[in-house]
Write a protein that binds this ligand. Structure first.
Ligand code: ZN
Length: 266
């Protein structure tokens, strides 16, 4: 069986291996290559969004149980307001969403399959306004419309990488500090397979995010200012996933500027 990825050489795997991989994930193949209109390309999808959401559900529950949740009313209100506006613009308002502020100083945010969005309190310090909040929210929602989690999982299954549901759920999120969370969840060894999203996925999420924030009535030009702000304030050795080494800040900002031009608001 040959599976052709758009940006990779064909990966030849045996049917037996594919079945083993599927069994390891306790899932059933539901589809092959499918067109994703949001990103304008075909994707290998061996799981449905519902299945991958189910896999992520327990990770989300554990995260909420073991990481302090912020009760800050203003932050929660802002996150929910911006979140709902972006989700509506993305046409995803008919599925359940949860926007949670975690009481932690790291400047990071992530989304798990099933519409579970987590923002760490620290990232609000890097945001001067709700346009900046919408930049990050748009990016996270872009990962969902891009079906990036299901695609990553499918590629790994196809490549014969055995993954557990918990690990899949984590790698599907924008969690750069995965080690910490993997520790919380007692994943240990499995952390080795946690990887940041691919460069392609990051750029797709950025592009979709800029579109969503623009259509939701936010000033999309401020996306560039936000990334500038994040770059200038970056300290320490662990930048957030969504501005990690790939794509580089420059690549990302150029891509965002191109999208702004396409939208006629550059
Ligand atoms: Zn991302």
């Amino acid at each position: 069986m040959t599976i052709k990825f758009l940006d990779q050489d064909p990966i030849v795997i045996s049917r037996r291996k594919l079945v083993q991989g599927l069994a390891a994930g306790s899932i059933v193949a539901v589809a092959g290559c499918a067109r994703n209109q949001a990103i304008g390309r075909d994707q290998l999808l061996l799981v449905s969004e519902g299945q991958i959401a189910q896999m992520a559900a327990s990770s989300w529950t554990q995260l909420k149980r073991q990481t302090k949740i912020s009760k800050d009313r203003t932050l929660n209100r802002r996150l929910n307001t911006v979140g709902n506006r972006i989700v509506q613009t993305a046409g995803l308002q008919n599925q359940p969403w949860e926007f949670t502020v975690f009481d932690d100083d790291q400047a990071n945010a992530f989304v798990l399959p099933g519409g579970k969005v987590g923002f760490y309190k620290g990232i609000f310090k890097r945001m001067k306004n709700d346009h900046h909040l919408a930049t990050v929210m748009g990016h996270e929602v872009g990962h969902v419309t891009g079906k990036h989690a299901a695609e990553r999982y499918s590629q790994q299954v196809a490549a014969g990488v055995v993954t557990t549901a918990a690990a899949v759920a984590l790698e599907a999120g924008d969690v750069r500090g995965g080690a910490q969370i993997a520790g919380i969840l007692g994943l240990g060894v499995q952390f080795g397979i946690l990887l940041p999203y691919s460069r392609r996925h990051e750029l797709e999420a950025d592009r979709l995010g800029v579109n969503y924030m623009h259509r939701a009535g936010y000033d999309a030009r401020q996306a560039v200012a936000f990334w500038d702000n994040m770059s200038s304030q970056r300290t320490g050795s662990s930048p957030p996933e969504f501005m990690s080494t790939h794509p580089s800040d420059a690549t990302r900002k150029n891509a965002i500027r191109q999208e702004l031009q396409r939208l006629g608001i550059a």
